[in-house]
Design a protein around this ligand. Structure first.
Ligand code: FES
Length: 124
């Protein structure tokens, strides 16, 4: 069996939503101290709905695929739903990640949560 699913390879090779939102309503940056990878997520939110989302990831292929999939999963969704996104759901949507690569999907969950916290702190 291939180590990575076709979906992981697809999102790694053609990541969706890469970039920066200059006037973002929420920004979240997280890093993994062990591997040194960094992920930054930008959210544009209108009436409680995520109208746009972009990311920058300086990290491994699984981290790039996870950020790509995670941004696809929350785009167009209410913030309440995005807040509940788990790294497990991201990995499942990618048709799985090897066990030792699950921490890469955790970065995506954490970056989104941090961006939402930033949004809530500005829009209490
Ligand atoms: Fe660090 Fe994947 S190895 S996020």
């Amino acid at each position: 069996m291939a180590l990575y699913s076709e979906k992981v390879m697809d999102h790694f090779r053609n990541p969706r939503n890469v970039g920066v939102i200059e006037d973002a309503d929420g920004v979240g940056e997280v890093g993994n101290a062990k591997c040194g990878d960094i992920m930054k997520v930008y959210l544009k939110i209108d009436s409680g709905v995520i109208t746009d989302v972009k990311f920058e990831t300086f990290g491994c292929g699984s981290a790039i695929a996870s950020s790509s999939m995670a941004t696809e999963l929350i785009k167009g969704k209410p913030v309440s739903e995005a807040a509940e996104l788990t790294n497990k759901a991201v990995a499942e949507a990618l048709d799985g990640l090897p066990d030792y690569k699950m921490h890469c999907s955790v970065l995506a969950e954490e970056a989104i949560k941090k961006a939402l916290e930033d949004y809530y702190s500005k829009n209490p």
